[in-house]
Design a protein around this ligand. Structure first.
Ligand code: ADP
Ligand code: MG
Length: 732
């Protein structure tokens, strides 16, 4: 949540706070300060050096009150004429100040009595803020202010404003940062020719320029982060990421994994029994995976393929390869529904081959879970299928040879970290001892854009299924305004009467703009997130209402209901009934978004389609068009459509290519989506933005191997400076 709690609280702006805490002794900050700094990710002195300003304010000039206008924050100075506490519409302090040019109201909603007293008539105030036309005339709401003596000199340089957290004033941060700058070693970690080549300042100078801008420095370049000092810091950061990725990759190649080199009766058995032939693309990726699995170092391969391209069967072959080499496999999915479906599919394919499968999930009864855990530990289980519960405390595999993670990007960063950690501590004898890691196969229907695969995913190998199984009928997409809902109901009735099935997807309830928020790549201004609970409650209410309405509308049909709050077993039962055709119309939230596979379902209705993301619509649409019947996906939208919404729906309407759609999605929404960083708030890259700074990213990618080869000592020091304690987070 780090990026979320950071906000630019500014002196005199965030309301009352306890002054006594603001004066730490430099050597050992009091624990409350320590806690607050830790909230900002500051644990060591050097973190203060790297705690760079969010923006800069220009306090070097005074603006006459009459020239202070909406749209641009300015600094004014005036004398208090009067100050009063008003009680309507709520308690507030209104202070009028005046300079030679005019009058201005300063309005404070949170204030101390002492503040009100200090702003007495005759006091001289310097206030920084944005003036707006108010009820009484021009006003500044909660300006940052200080009392001054007449003629007190103005600062000569821009004032840095740091990301901070509640109760940690800018002044305290500034003091701590100045101390850190004086104490820390700021020598170069890069060979001198690198910054020279890019026309960038030395590290020490860059840090200094950002924390203590010199008089006359270009405020815009500093705020927009295009200043050479910022460029230097971004390159530093990207280089640290690249170095860490390379080392990680190398390290993996040095680690030991069980070589799954024997091709046995199980994989051949499955291929013989399948009702279809593998596509050429499936065969190609299987060869790539087979080759990796036969190596003595762990595979970390990402299997990409559009919705419906047939990744599951490749996963099943891989699992069987582990089993026929005497080891276990684990298959993990991000949702209970999807995991349950894999369990069914794997049972259908693997059980006839005599492979012992075990189901494990968080919603299971304690007793069942204990029994599953015991089978996994004893080795009775050959393939375990479940949610991330598979990789939690207390689950110990006897000899895990392969971990398969479906819809990998759906897992939070923490879960991915846990998985990595689990990989490091495989126990038991079958796999050959404590230092042995299992192979990992990750799967995703969401293609990784180039900039992401160059950065966060740089340590993975990638396989691509770029072909759909033959005979797939394209899904017809229709855009229909919500007012024509009756026609849509008619279609549902017809489809179900003809023996087919339909999904009815309920709208997302927007979470007060959180969904539209910028990716958390950089520290940004306030990310308050009200309304998440409320949005979830509304969401639930909507799906319940819709279900009730549709059930009343179609008394002759069996109408099912699936949503995230349903207990796991109930959800599984509904999905099983739908898969078996006992339910004809399934009303659901986006819980069905990933991977659900019911070939007889040929109609999908998505309500308020304008609220969904592109990738999400494509994923949802991918639930139909899996069987023999002509499939239709109806995007119901509410009029009037905004321009952006119209553009988005047009993309989905016109394209059925997931990769194409994903590219457009990245352009519209930024990379945070792919990384799951929104949920986790892991720091990732703080200064560089892989899209905007792609040039620097490319440079870092080129420099990293050179540095490792020619200047290993520099590389080591660079990583130590940038990555202390964070290395795992840079490559999840
Ligand atoms: P995804 O890549 O989205 O996970 P699935 O693995 O669920 O796709 O496959 C979608 C459907 O296509 C499944 O019903 C699966 O059995 C079927 N399928 C997979 N491979 C082939 C193939 N080569 N020929 C025909 N059908 C296939
Ligand atoms: Mg799938």
């Amino acid at each position: 949540m780090r990026a979320k709690t950071v906000h630019a609280a500014v002196d005199g702006l965030a309301g009352p706070r306890k002054r006594a805490r603001d004066h730490p002794s430099p050597s050992s900050p009091p624990s409350s300060l320590k806690t607050k700094l830790a909230k900002l990710g500051i644990h060591r002195d050097f973190d203060l050096v790297l705690h760079l300003p969010l923006r800069y304010e220009d306090e070097t000039r005074l603006t006459p009150i009459a020239e202070a206008h909406e749209g641009a924050p300015v600094q004014v100075e005036g004398t208090v004429i009067d100050s009063q506490i008003a009680y309507r519409p709520r308690r507030q302090l209104i202070c009028r100040i005046e300079d030679a040019s005019g009058l201005l109201h300063l309005r404070f909603l949170n204030f101390y009595g002492s503040q009100a007293k200090a702003l007495a008539p005759g006091a001289r105030v310097r206030a920084f803020g944005e003036a707006r036309p108010g009820f009484f005339g021009a006003e500044m709401i909660h300006p940052r202010y200080r009392l001054v003596r007449a003629g007190m000199p103005l600062p000569e340089a821009l004032t840095p404003i740091y990301p901070t957290t509640a109760g940690l004033p800018q002044a305290t941060l500034r003091r701590r940062i100045a101390e850190a700058l004086a104490q820390c070693e700021l020598d170069e970690t890069l060979p001198a020719d690198i910054p020279e080549r890019f026309g960038m300042p030395a590290f020490r100078d860059a840090v200094d320029a950002l924390h203590r801008p010199r008089p006359g420095e270009d405020a815009r370049a500093l705020t927009e982060r295009s200043h050479p000092a910022w460029q230097r810091m971004k390159l530093e950061e990207l280089l640290a990421q690249q170095l860490s990725m390379r080392l990680h990759y190398r390290e993996r190649k040095r680690k030991i994994a069980p070589a799954l080199s024997r091709a046995g009766a199980l994989t051949t058995g499955l291929l013989e029994r399948l009702p279809f032939r593998l596509t050429r693309a499936q065969r190609r990726v299987w060869v790539e995976i087979e080759r990796d699995l036969g190596q003595t170092h762990p595979m970390h391969r990402l299997l990409q393929g559009d919705v419906g391209s047939g990744k599951t069967v490749v996963a099943a072959l891989s699992a069987l390869r582990a089993v026929e080499n005497g080891l276990q496999a684990a298959v993990m999915a991000p949702t209970e529904i999807l995991a349950e479906q894999h369990f069914r599919k794997f049972s259908e394919w693997l059980a006839p081959l005599g492979v012992q499968l075990t189901w494990l999930s968080g919603s299971q009864k304690k007793k069942e879970r204990a029994a599953a855990a015991a089978d996994i530990a004893s080795g009775a289980t050959r393939v375990a299928v479940g949610t991330h519960a598979l990789f939690q405390e207390g689950i110990v595999f006897q000899s895990l040879g392969l971990a398969i993670v479906d819809e990998q990007h759906r897992f939070g960063v923490e879960q991915r970290l846990a998985l990595r950690a689990k990989g490091l501590c495989i126990q038991g004898s079958g796999a050959g001892g404590a230092d042995v890691e299992p192979h990992q196969l990750m799967m995703s229907a969401t293609p990784i854009p180039r900039t992401l695969s160059m950065s966060y995913y740089a340590d993975l190998d990638v396989s691509l299924i770029d072909e759909l199984p033959p005979g797939r009928l394209p899904v017809t997409t229709k855009l229909i305004a919500a007012e024509r809902r009756d026609e849509v109901l008619l279609r549902v009735r017809e489809a179900c009467r003809a023996g087919r099935q339909a999904y009815w997807v309920c709208p997302l309830i927007e979470d007060n703009g959180v969904a539209a928020e910028a990716p958390a790549g950089n520290a940004r201004a306030p990310g308050r997130r009200p309304g998440r609970r409320q949005a979830e409650a509304l969401q639930l209410q909507t799906v319940l209402d819709t279900h009730a309405r549709l059930a009343a509308e179609f008394p002759e049909l069996r109408v099912g209901l699936a949503h995230g709050r349903l207990p796991g077993a109930d959800k599984a039962a509904v999905m099983a009934d739908f898969a078996a055709g006992k339910i004809q119309l399934l009303v659901a939230t986006t819980v069905i978004e990933v991977g659900v596979d019911v070939p007889n379902a040929s109609l999908m209705i998505i309500e308020h389609a304008e609220r969904f993301g592109l990738a999400q619509l494509h994923q949802l649409r991918g639930r139909v068009g899996r069987g023999v019947a002509d499939s239709v996906c109806i995007l119901l939208y509410q009029k009037p459509l905004g321009e952006r919404a119209r553009a988005r729906l047009k993309v989905v309407y016109e394209s059925s290519d997931g990769f194409d759609i994903a590219r457009q999605d990245l352009l519209m929404r930024g990379p945070g989506e792919y990384l799951g960083v929104r949920q986790s708030g892991a720091p990732l890259l703080r200064f560089a933005d892989i899209e905007r700074d792609v040039g620097l990213l490319e440079a870092a990618r080129e420099l990293a191997p050179q540095l490792l080869q020619q200047h290993p000592e520099h590389a080591r020091r660079h990583l130590a400076r940038w990555m202390a304690g964070k290395s795992e987070l840079m490559n999840v």
